[in-house]
Write a protein that binds this ligand. Structure first.
Ligand code: ADP
Ligand code: MG
Length: 705
């Protein structure tokens, strides 16, 4: 008997010649038996049920019938010629109609032989018929196979041409399935997990996923494979985390000292929300015990992340360390600097500011103070991570609005610690669904602020179109009269030059229309877009920040972080062109003051289903986490902003939008194992050790990502 295994080259499978093998490799990345096995069906056609002809009452239904052909006739002539087979079961007759390949079908179909017929019912006058049904003669051997769940496989046009359509691939899978009985397919999960999860073994699941006997069996197989996939992913992420924590000695912040206490008691003007308190506690726990912290802090816009970050920085100071806060833009960094120096006034804490615009003598002085430890908190842009910036003793680095920074930038902060890396806290205002956070940032600790400070009003959000234009302008006028400011936002998507050009035109046209309706000197308008020089952009932005202009016409460059509490209305143009998380992010620019804020979503009349869902979601809720869930359902987990850079894995079987519970369980179980036996040395964990050793080594089969 030939010695097959999962690494056997695909050309050695019966039915696959060199030509087909090449296609399978180039089109589907299938090189080995194991790869083919991992080419899962993406759906199943239910052929477990047989219908009766008598029960066919609606057009469009897909039915499976069992019976015999009584007669074959041709009807019509020329191009209208068709072949009609009178098909009968024990309840009645139905016509099977063929327009193409008539002579071939005629030869193949034999009256009197029993067939299984599968197809879609159409109505023809008062009668029903089935056009071009699938037909299989019934034999004792295939009856079971015919009446089952039939797997449907992803293919490509090129494969179809070589007989490797879904039916062709199904045939190969069948051959492989039969081979599999002789192939060694080791179990990867410890026995106690199989028992605990009540899932079948690996081999059984692999057999069943392709040819399930029924839905119950299919579900078992799917559960097993989903669990396995998510479990190993979590195991790997948590192992990375555990190894890092063990390898890096974290600075110990054990004391809660004067800085923290005085700020908390004397300066803090509000009570922290429950969520803020919880997160501060989580972070203190991390930093208090000599483990290195690498934490993601998620919180919706306005949830109060800054003060949490500030408290942590004070904790660093209390323990003799410096801290820094890095923001993605100059404006944001400045805003942080201003508000933080303001709130620390009188505490005798030295705060410095560094960005590309700090130059010459000023910069030299700053860098010296930093090196000597005179500056205790440094706030700035990515200038902070330049090589020539040296701290005396950096203990904590905070990154605000993380998705603007790459992983590399995050990593270069690590080098800023003198003896060992600083604790790192990454704050993001782009909430991502929990399941996604666990996966994309699964090697980090994640904290969530899921509560807004009390008294916060939702931004009232309305959907309007061009016929409401004058009323929208009227509303803008009202807001401005009341002393408020207004954003008008246009898309500027730079996917292609042509698109960008058209967007820019739209923006300018909009600007002109607004200028006409809001003339000077009564009204002043700012305009900002990504194609302007940074200096001009900053200048315009500052005019709006200072209240010199009442209307800001802009593209999404204002998306991140600008804080103008006096702005109470945002009008978004061509809303259908924005993504959901982007809309949420934009809307976060208003409602930062105590006034009721509004967001008007302008769109055309005709909207795609997805666009409608996005707009409805925005009108329905202000909750960023809820919005993120909808976004993930619409776009799939791989496309969610804030996760691209993390190299999120492509899952074959599990779906982060649907399999949250399995994921949660997988993570908990993985965490328990890592805590107990992080290198899988215990005998019961032998399968894990074996499997993890192959991860990343072999291509394809043992790849989990
Ligand atoms: P974000 O999470 O978007 O960065 P900020 O930290 O900028 O939010 O906070 C938004 C505003 O809410 C700030 O003006 C801040 O002072 C205020 N704030 C933060 N926490 C609270 C709280 N617990 N109670 C009241 N106001 C708060
Ligand atoms: Mg913020």
């Amino acid at each position: 008997m030939p010695d097959y295994n999962l690494h056997t080259k695909i050309e050695f499978l019966k039915g696959v010649g060199p030509q087909r093998a090449d296609l399978l490799k180039t089109e589907l990345g299938i090189f080995t038996f194991g790869d083919l096995l991992l080419h899962y069906p993406f759906r199943y056609v239910d052929k477990t049920q047989f219908h009766k002809i008598r029960d066919i009452t609606t057009e469009g239904a897909t039915v499976q019938l069992k019976g015999v052909i009584r007669r074959l006739d041709t009807a019509g002539g020329g191009r209208k010629m068709r072949l009609v087979a009178k098909f009968k079961d024990d309840t009645g007759y139905i016509d099977l109609v063929f327009f193409k390949g008539i002579s071939w079908v005629q030869k193949k179909l034999v009256p009197g032989v029993e067939y299984v017929v599968y197809g879609k019912v159409s109505q023809f006058g008062r009668n029903f018929n089935i056009v071009h049904p699938e037909l299989e003669p019934v034999t004792a051997a295939n009856l079971q196979e015919v009446s089952s769940l039939q797997p449907v496989y992803p293919t490509t046009g090129k494969l179809d041409g070589k007989g490797l359509d879904t039916k062709g691939i199904r045939k190969l899978q069948k051959i492989l399935n039969n081979r599999l009985k002789e192939i060694d397919l080791p179990e990867t999960l410890p026995a106690y997990l199989l028992e605990k999860m009540r899932i079948p073994g690996r081999k059984q699941a692999m057999l069943d996923i392709h040819f399930p006997k029924d839905f119950a069996v299919l579900q078992q197989a799917q559960n097993r494979l989903k669990f396995e996939e998510l479990f190993f992913l979590q195991l790997r992420l948590l192992q990375i985390r555990s190894r890092r924590k063990n390898a890096i000695k974290g600075h110990v912040f054990e004391t809660v000292g004067e800085h923290f206490t005085r700020f908390y008691n004397e300066k803090l003007e509000f009570e922290l929300t429950g969520a803020q308190k919880r997160v501060v506690k989580e972070i203190r726990n991390d930093m208090g015990h000599g483990k290195h912290m690498n934490r993601l802090l998620q919180g919706d816009v306005g949830s109060g992340k800054t003060v949490v970050g500030l408290l942590c920085m004070l904790l660093a100071l209390d323990n003799g360390f410096q801290a820094c806060l890095m923001a993605p833009t100059e404006i944001l960094a400045q805003q942080h600097y201003i508000s933080i120096t303001e709130s620390l006034k009188g505490l005798g804490i030295q705060v410095g500011f560094l960005s590309g615009s700090v130059k010459g003598k000023k910069r030299k002085q700053l860098l010296q103070f930093l090196q000597e430890g005179i500056i205790q908190i440094l706030i700035g842009t990515h200038a902070l991570i330049e090589d020539w910036v040296e701290f005396e003793n950096l203990g904590l680095a905070i990154i605000d609005e993380q998705h603007r920074f790459g992983v590399a930038q995050r990593a270069s902060l690590w080098k800023k610690g003198r003896v060992s890396p600083p604790h790192v806290l990454v704050m993001t205002a782009t909430p991502i669904p929990r399941t996604l956070a666990m996966t994309a940032y699964g090697d980090l600790d994640v904290s969530v602020i899921d509560e807004l400070p009390p008294g916060r009003k939702n931004v009232e959000t309305l959907h309007k179109n061009e016929t409401n234009r004058m009323r929208v302008f009227g509303f803008m006028r009202e807001q401005i009269k009341a002393g408020r400011q207004v954003y008008v936002v246009y898309p500027l998507i730079e996917e292609s030059e042509a698109e960008a050009f058209e967007d820019l035109n739209n923006l300018m046209a909009g600007y002109e229309a607004i200028s006409k309706d809001f003339p000077p000197p009564e009204y002043q308008i700012s305009i900002v877009h990504g194609r302007m020089k940074p200096a001009d952009k900053d200048f315009e932005m500052q005019r709006f920040v200072k209240g010199e202009t009442q209307i800001m016409v802009a593209t999404t460059v204002i998306e991140v972080g600008v804080n103008v509490p006096n702005a109470s209305l945002m009008v978004i143009e061509n809303t259908e062109r924005f993504g959901l998380s982007q809309l949420h992010q934009l809307r976060g620019r208003v409602g930062r003051g105590s006034d009721q804020a509004y967001c008007i979503l302008m769109s055309s009349f005709k909207l795609s289903h997805d666009a409608r869902t996005r707009i409805e979601t925005m009108c329905r809720t202000n909750n960023g986490f809820e919005i993120a869930e909808v976004d993930m359902n619409l776009r799939g987990p791989g496309n969610i902003e804030g996760t691209q850079q993390s190299g999120i894995v492509n899952l074959r079987m599990a779906d982060l939008a649907k399999d949250g519970r399995i994921l949660q369980t997988a993570r908990e179980l993985a965490a328990r194992i890592i805590e107990d036996d992080s290198e899988f040395d215990k005998p019961i964990h032998a399968p894990l050790k074996a499997y993890m050793a192959t991860v990343g080594k072999a291509k394809g089969w043992s790849r989990i990502s």
